[in-house]
Design a protein around this ligand. Structure first.
Ligand SMILES: *[C@@H]1O[C@H](CO)[C@@H](O)[C@H](O)[C@H]1NC(C)=O
Ligand SMILES: *[C@@H]1O[C@H](CO)[C@@H](O)[C@H](O)[C@H]1NC(C)=O
Length: 123
């Protein structure tokens, strides 16, 4: 016995489910089905932002046997994924010369998980 409004509700739920299953999470390099949009970071001296920036430089140095010295985060944006994605433009120095680099970091603080997804530059 189906009441018309209940049938309507079921159809609605099915459509939402189909839309959800077929929608691609945008730039979900961090994995996780539910992703938000990129949000501009306004405070470049926020301790978490600085920590993520330093982590990116440290990881890049380790991977590429480079010796960049972190100066500061110049700009950035973050995206909610399973955790948070950070896209930071970082100023760093190599043999005294300051240059900018763009780093993507995936952070899941409650799991103590942090990964340098990509590192590009100088830009
Ligand atoms: C940015 O964050 C730092 C550290 O939390 C704080 O001291 C400072 O006041 C903040 N600056 C702005 C403009 O909100
Ligand atoms: C990260 O930021 C840089 C600089 O603003 C931009 O060129 C790049 O497209 C951004 N990357 C992503 C994945 O949004």
């Amino acid at each position: 016995m189906n009441h018309p409004s209940k049938m309507h509700n079921n159809l609605f739920t099915t459509i939402i489910l189909i839309l959800f299953l077929f929608s691609k999470p945008s730039a979900a390099f961090g994995g996780g089905a539910i992703t938000g949009g990129w949000k501009r970071i306004h405070n470049m001296t926020d301790p978490t932002v600085v920590k993520i920036g330093k982590f990116a430089i440290h990881e890049h140095n380790k991977r590429d046997h480079a010796s960049l010295k972190f100066r500061k985060v110049v700009k950035g944006e973050s995206q909610v994924v399973a955790g948070m994605n950070y896209n930071l433009t970082i100023r760093a120095a190599e043999r005294g010369a300051d240059k900018c680099y763009v780093a993507l970091v995936w952070d899941k603080p409650w799991k103590k998980f942090r990964r340098l997804v990509s590192f590009k530059g100088p830009v």
